[in-house]
Design a protein around this ligand. Structure first.
Ligand SMILES: C[S@@+](CC[C@H](N)C(=O)[O-])C[C@H]1O[C@@H](n2cnc3c(N)ncnc32)[C@H](O)[C@@H]1O
Length: 437
């Protein structure tokens, strides 16, 4: 259990870390490695997806990119202090071997060796960075559940000020388990705070069904009828009933804890306008960016995990909206380039040959069984691959994007002596790349 004294210490620790970080000379470089055109209309800004710990990336945005005070809306869906390890489901598929079983692949870890105090310190320093980035008209939505929300509410009151609390929105859903010793836990909590009293807020409206679904016929009250019955239209309440991303949902990526697009759409609608810069620094499978692109918001997303970044690229590259992917560490992290893809180019036809990945990078408990499958068809590990026919040696700008199962492509747009460059991600989130003259 966390005493009030421990809570105060955790907060102080976070505040110290923030000041040390901001006053230290350490800086990080982020290199753009991929540029997805998304039918780019030059009038529209380029969106950013970044693989990094959000701490260093937010400092970089503030210090190097002069982004303090520029972001209108920040949504964060951090680990919830659930003491669990999250996994994505992966299934290999091959014409030669058929479908594999479903494998569980690590996505991210929400276990804290020093308990709640460590978790709250981690969040405090990040919330302070987010406050720097928010514009005076901006707001922040912190998505949590019963594990940590009550402690984080106190931290939010310290960082953003009690008077800037706007709402606690309850997102309720049907899915998930239950037990016999408690009521079924069927909601998450979203804390909404502003940076100042000048915040933008678009009031949303919703249907409110009449008792017995019959008309009231009150004087001056407009009533409507649909297939369910009679209703009035009222200001939206702070309890939102939205389905989770179910197993059969079209949105589903397989990423653990993926949030529904409808929920994100509502948040964007309430706290931002077209053209605003909006950010999600715990972006997972990229739900936030997908909805932003559709709603004409400029977006920044960051996640420290390879599986998250690969899912987001896979999702975003299939829709409109230009974005760039950056990495720090100049590609020296273990996930970068551990696998290698080979191909044959016969005139204009590129045919994939093999994907080599050392067994130590197969992060499933049935690694031996999977290796047997891969001996018959190693290409079934490829999640997404793309071809840049005129590679400039720095940024991969794909002309053709292919997904799982697509193993050849016509590449006829190469200019003279330009280099062809292939890059992509495997189902574990490892990135690979390679080129040929
Ligand atoms: C709950 S998930 C986000 C899910 C996301 N909203 C979606 O719809 O897919 C939390 C994410 O935070 C990421 N994460 C955890 N700590 C991080 C950190 N320090 N910096 C960046 N990302 C982090 C994890 O990798 C994970 O993908």
């Amino acid at each position: 259990m966390l005493s009030l004294k421990n809570l105060a210490d955790a907060f102080d620790q976070g505040r110290k870390q923030f000041h040390n970080l901001m006053s230290s000379r350490d800086s990080w470089e982020y290199e753009v490695k991929e540029h997805y055109d998304g039918g780019h209309d030059n009038a529209k800004p380029v969106n950013r997806l970044v693989k990094s710990d959000n701490l260093t990336y937010m400092k970089y945005l503030i210090k190097e990119k002069k982004m303090a005070g520029k972001i209108k809306l920040i949504y964060l869906d951090p680990p919830f202090f659930s003491n669990a390890k999250y996994q994505s489901s992966v299934q290999l598929q091959s014409d030669k071997v058929g479908k594999s079983r479903l494998y569980k692949v690590p996505a991210y870890d929400d276990r804290w060796s020093d308990g709640l105090a460590e978790y709250l310190t981690m969040l405090t320093v990040r919330l302070m960075l987010m406050k720097e980035l928010l514009s005076d008209k901006g707001s922040i939505w912190v998505h949590l559940d019963w594990h940590g929300v009550h402690y984080v509410k106190i931290i939010m009151d310290q960082v953003f000020g009690e008077k800037n609390f706007i709402n606690e929105v309850i997102w309720t859903y049907k899915s998930g388990g239950s037990n016999k010793k408690s009521f079924s836990r069927k909601h998450d909590n979203l804390l909404l705070y502003s940076k100042s009293s000048k915040y933008d807020f678009n009031l949303l409206r919703e249907k409110s069904y009449n008792r017995e679904l019959k008309p009231y016929r009150f004087k001056g009250v407009k009533e409507y009828e649909d297939e369910k019955g009679w209703y009035t239209v009222v200001n939206m309440k702070d309890v939102w009933s939205i389905d989770m991303v179910g197993r059969t949902s079209k949105e589903r990526t397989g990423y653990a804890t993926q949030k529904p697009e409808k929920l994100i759409g509502r948040i964007l609608e309430a706290s931002s306008n077209e053209g605003d810069i909006c950010a999600d620094f715990f972006s997972g499978s990229g739900t936030f960016g997908c909805v932003c692109s559709r709603m004409n918001r400029q977006w920044i997303m960051c996640d420290s995990g390879g599986p998250a970044i690969s899912d987001a690229v896979w999702r975003l590259s299939g829709q409109e909206g230009c974005f760039e992917v950056s990495f720090n560490g100049k590609g020296t992290e273990p996930w970068f380039g551990v696998g290698s893809l080979s191909w044959k180019l016969d005139k204009d036809l590129m045919v994939l040959q093999e994907y080599k990945l050392n067994e130590q990078y197969i992060p499933v408990k049935e690694a031996e069984e999977m290796t047997g499958y891969l001996e018959k068809d190693s290409l079934s590990l490829i999640k997404l691959w793309s071809i840049d026919m005129n590679y400039d040696g720095q940024v991969h700008r794909p002309d053709i994007i292919l997904t799982k199962g697509q193993r050849s492509a016509i590449c006829s747009g190469k200019k003279g002596s330009a280099r062809i460059h292939v890059a992509g991600y495997d189902v574990f989130g490892n990135r690979f790349e390679g080129s040929e003259e």
